[in-house]
Design a protein around this ligand. Structure first.
Ligand code: ADP
Ligand code: MG
Length: 137
């Protein structure tokens, strides 16, 4: 099934100058960027995006990290895009991510792990609408 998912190339990966490498990996995996923008999230924009994690002990650190520099926010479209992107990203902790995944290659820590990807259809709808209001889901 053709789906859409929300991806973020996080501030650590932008600082490392691997935007192009990450997008190349999306394209090679059949995940086509259909919307994309570079933006420096404010802390409150990051808090709204990660609201589901507001009770987690790392919430403040996470939202500070996500607002520490520019990110690239994308909508990717492709076959089973949500799971396909999760597989391409690898586990949250880069140390545990399968070799060859984006996080295994570019992730620095469990927090600065290079990329975000929606984890379910409901999450994808919320996240796409959050950054691209009015876009078809
Ligand atoms: P994922 O991004 O793989 O879906 P989560 O939804 O669990 O992972 O967490 C969201 C983000 O919060 C992670 O990508 C990572 O940047 C950060 N994070 C997760 N766990 C921790 C942790 N234990 N300490 C610091 N940051 C964390
Ligand atoms: Mg998640």
């Amino acid at each position: 099934m053709v789906e859409r998912t929300l991806a973020i190339i996080k501030p650590d990966a932008v600082k490392k100058q691997v935007i192009g490498d990450v997008i190349q990996r999306y394209e090679a995996a059949g995940l086509h960027p259909i919307a994309m923008k570079m933006m420096h999230l404010s802390q409150s924009t990051a808090e709204g995006f990660y609201a589901v994690h507001r009770e987690r002990p790392f919430f403040h650190e996470l939202t500070a990290f996500m607002s520490s520099g520019p990110s690239v926010v994308l909508v990717l479209e492709g076959k089973n895009a949500i799971q396909a992107n999760r597989d391409l990203m690898g586990a949250t902790d880069p140390q545990k991510a399968v070799a060859g995944t984006i996080r295994s290659i570019h992730g620095a820590s469990i927090e600065a792990n290079a990329v975000h990807g929606s984890d379910s259809p409901d999450t994808a709808s919320f996240e796409i609408g959050y950054f691209f209001p009015g876009m078809d889901l």
